[in-house]
Each structure stands twice: as C-alpha cells, then as structure tokens.
Design a protein around this ligand. Structure first.
Ligand SMILES: [Mn+2]
Length: 438
C-alpha cells in the first residue's frame, strides 16, 4: 500500500522530507516543481493536519520497485494483467474508514492551488469508482476542481464514466479515492473495454482488498488513504478550469458537472497524495499504462522488444518502439501499429533491439546512423490527434503524424545479419579503471 512504500523510501534515504510549514496556495506546487522526480513528504501544509506526499511514482524505477520487478518488465506485466484480470477480494475491515468526518469538509484536505492562472485548487490524484448493474464497476482518473467545502467540478472526457452517467440519467453516486497503491493507479489509467473492471487488472498485478462504501453502492480499495462518497449531477454545469495539463500548458475552460461530497472517511494520520499537474508523476501514471496497448499492437505485426512513451513528449505524444527486425517491412508496419495502439500518439521512432528505448541518447544515435529521411520517413497528414496538443486544430484536433524508421536498412541481396554488422557499435577493450586511478 502507499504508506508502506513511502516508509520504505524513507528508510532507504530516498524520500525528501520537508519539516517547515509550506503554504498550499502556490508555494507547495513551486516546491514540488523544483523537486520533480524526487519523492517528497511535506509534513506541514498550512491549513491542514494532513501531510502531503508527491512524486512517489514519478520515475520508472520507483514504479518497478513498488511492483517488485525490473523496469523493463513493467509493460509486459501490465499487458499480462490486462489479458488476465482477477476479481479483487471483498473484506470487512477497512482502515480507510477509520475516521468519519462529522460533516464533509474538503478544507480538511491539503488540496493544492498550483499555478496563478488556475480556476481553483485541484485534486489530480483522485480515482473515481462507480457501479452499474450491467457494466459492473468502473475506475478512472478525473481531475477535480474545488468549488466550496462540499462541491467539486469534475472533468469528464467522453469515455466510460460518461457512459455510466448517461445510463443513470445524469445522476450517479460515486466514490473518490485519494492515496492509492501503485497497481490501482496504473490500472485506473489503462484503456480497456467498457464493462471491464479496472480493479481486476490491479488485483492481477498485486492484491487489492476492497470494501463497501458507507453511503454509496460500490466497493473501493480498502487501503485508500481517503474516500470521498458523493454524487454527480449533470443538472448543474459549472466552468471547469483553467487547469495545467500534461503538456504544462493550460487546457480549455469547459462546462462540466458538479460532484457533491456527502461523506468523507480517511485513515488515521491519512496521507494526501498530491499529483503535480504536468509533473513527471502525472506523465508516468498517464503514459505508462498506454505502453501495453502499443506493445500488443506492434507485437501483432512483428516482434516488439520495448515501448517507451518519453517524458519529453509529455509521456503521451511521443513513443520509442523497439523491435527485433526480421523483414524489411517491419519498421513501417511497427509505425502503423504504434499509431493504432495509442490514438493520441503523434511522433514515433522505431529502433532495433540493440538500442535501449529508455536511453534517448542511444535513440538519437540510431536516428543519426541508421535513418534516411527520403526512405524511412512516414508522414500522415489529416489525422485526428490529441486534445492535449496545442498545435493541433483546436476544433477538429486535426494533426499530422510522423514516424521514423531508425532500424538498420537491409540492401537488396544483403543478408540481415550482414547489414547489421556495419551499424553496430564497436566493442571497446575492457580495463580495470579503479586500478589505474588508485
Ligand atoms: Mn473502464
């Protein structure tokens, strides 16, 4: 669970702990931005009795550590969990319900106001759980803007929660959880079919005991630090935003529904997980769960050895795909499949399996030494892109997609292994460096 992982980071000296009071208005976000990529615990955030943790899963190695596997195994493990979900167990005891606030009051939570132009304080780490008689349970991330002590504006993109809301006639009971273990955060960000329980994916990664909510008919992770039970109504729409999105640019202000909180329960000494908008943790949790779908799509056309949605591309718009090339057509086929596997993808680089997809210097080296623009460039104009790309058409999201096949090219008549020979890095002599420097 989240607090055990935080305790482990503290014990190993991997947690920056801030004892001084920090204002939740702008100051905390500024401090978190300066410490991006480094797990942080803020002991005292003004106006709240609860400590803030952030950047907990801001790096691939941190997620790997939480899942107990090497970094390169995260994508295949997640793909495996999506293919073979297991129903999470229901338990009675729930630390997340240890404390029940007498009156729901969002001001008790150290919700941060991030940037001067924001529409309000924002919760960005929250996963919303709903239940439907036919579809079953759904879990998805939604940013929540504080309107007052009981009400939040909820951003709902037209995906699963909007389908549940429509079926419920625009009136839907929900449970919002904050402070969740890594497997739940990753599963909630996957893109799977409507009616598939994301907690089944989470439970296949690591056990997720669940517990019934007190006023809402849905079971949520028992290890959650906070549970906000409430109701979404589309009868009243409010301005949601401005909000700093994944690209660190402002998203549009939209008319969105109101989520009214009716009950707040939390663990004793509950931690509040603050996700810095546009920060590395936001990018990691949003982008990493899209890598398995690219992985699977590319594996249908050739042998995929790795996928990396790079942080420089906001972990959303740029991918590096590694393949074990068998045929000359594998590169272009992998480019087309990658775009199928992640619809928002804009630029993709395909490299051979001797290139580490996480090492951007190695990827650039592959482009420099193996790529010919007249031969290996794929340009796809008139595609529908991501709403997160400010350079796409704001109305239609029309964009141009680009693929670079930076795999070794095989000249006609030259066997592949022979073609590879002239493109591989030399093997340097190995020496005992320490012996020369002592
Ligand atoms: Mn879903």
């Amino acid at each position: 669970m989240l607090r055990e992982f935080i305790a482990g980071l503290y014990d190993s000296g991997d947690l920056v702990r801030v004892h001084r009071p920090v204002s939740r208005h702008l100051e905390a976000a500024g401090l978190l931005k300066a410490l991006d990529g480094q797990p942080v615990l803020l002991d005292h955030v003004t106006g709240s009795a609860h400590p803030v943790v952030s950047h907990v899963f801001s790096r691939r190695d941190l997620i790997a550590r939480a899942l107990g596997c090497p970094p390169h195994e995260i994508t295949p493990r997640l793909a495996q969990a999506i293919d073979h979900p297991t129903p999470p167990p229901l338990v009675d005891a729930c630390p997340g319900q240890d404390v029940v606030l007498p009156e729901p009051d969002l001001d008790q939570l150290p919700i941060l106001f991030h940037c001067a132009g924001d529409g309000g304080p924002y919760i960005a780490s929250a996963v919303v759980f709903v239940h439907d008689a036919e579809y079953g349970r759904n879990a998805s991330f939604h940013r929540l803007m504080v309107l007052d002590r009981q009400r939040l504006a909820i951003r709902i993109v037209p995906r699963h929660l909007s389908a549940y809301l429509e079926r419920a006639g625009g009136e839907l009971d929900v449970a919002v959880c904050i402070g969740l273990p890594v497997q739940v955060l990753l599963a909630a960000a996957t893109s799977v079919d409507l009616g598939m329980d994301e907690l089944g994916i989470a439970n296949a990664l690591a056990p997720v005991p669940t517990v019934r909510c007190q006023t809402v008919d849905v079971a949520v992770p028992a290890d959650a630090e906070w549970v906000l039970e409430g109701h979404i109504s589309t009868r009243e729409l409010v301005d949601e935003g401005p909000f700093v999105d994944l690209t660190e640019t402002y998203d549009l202000v939209r008319r969105q529904p109101v989520l009214t909180v009716r009950r707040i329960t939390h663990r004793r000494d509950a931690l509040y997980h603050a996700l810095l908008p546009g920060g590395l943790e936001h990018k990691m949790l949003m982008g990493l769960p899209r890598e398995p779908t690219i992985w699977r799509a590319v594996n249908e056309v050739c042998d995929c050895t790795g996928v990396h949605l790079t942080p420089g591309g906001a972990s959303w718009l740029h991918a590096v795909v590694g393949i074990r090339k068998q045929h000359e057509g594998d590169g272009p086929a992998a480019i087309a499949a990658a775009f199928q596997g992640h619809r928002s993808l804009k630029h993709v680089v395909v490299v051979d399996d001797d290139i580490d997809v996480y090492d951007m210097t190695a990827v650039e080296w592959a482009i420099a030494t193996r790529f010919q623009a007249s031969r290996d460039l794929v340009i796809r104009p008139g595609e529908t892109g991501s709403s997160l790309d400010p350079s796409a058409d704001p109305e239609t999201r029309a964009t141009t997609k680009l693929g670079l096949d930076a795999t070794i090219h095989r000249t006609v008549g030259v066997p592949l292994d022979q073609a590879r020979h002239g493109h591989q890095k030399v093997v340097w002599p190995t020496v005992d460096v320490a012996a020369f420097l002592s």
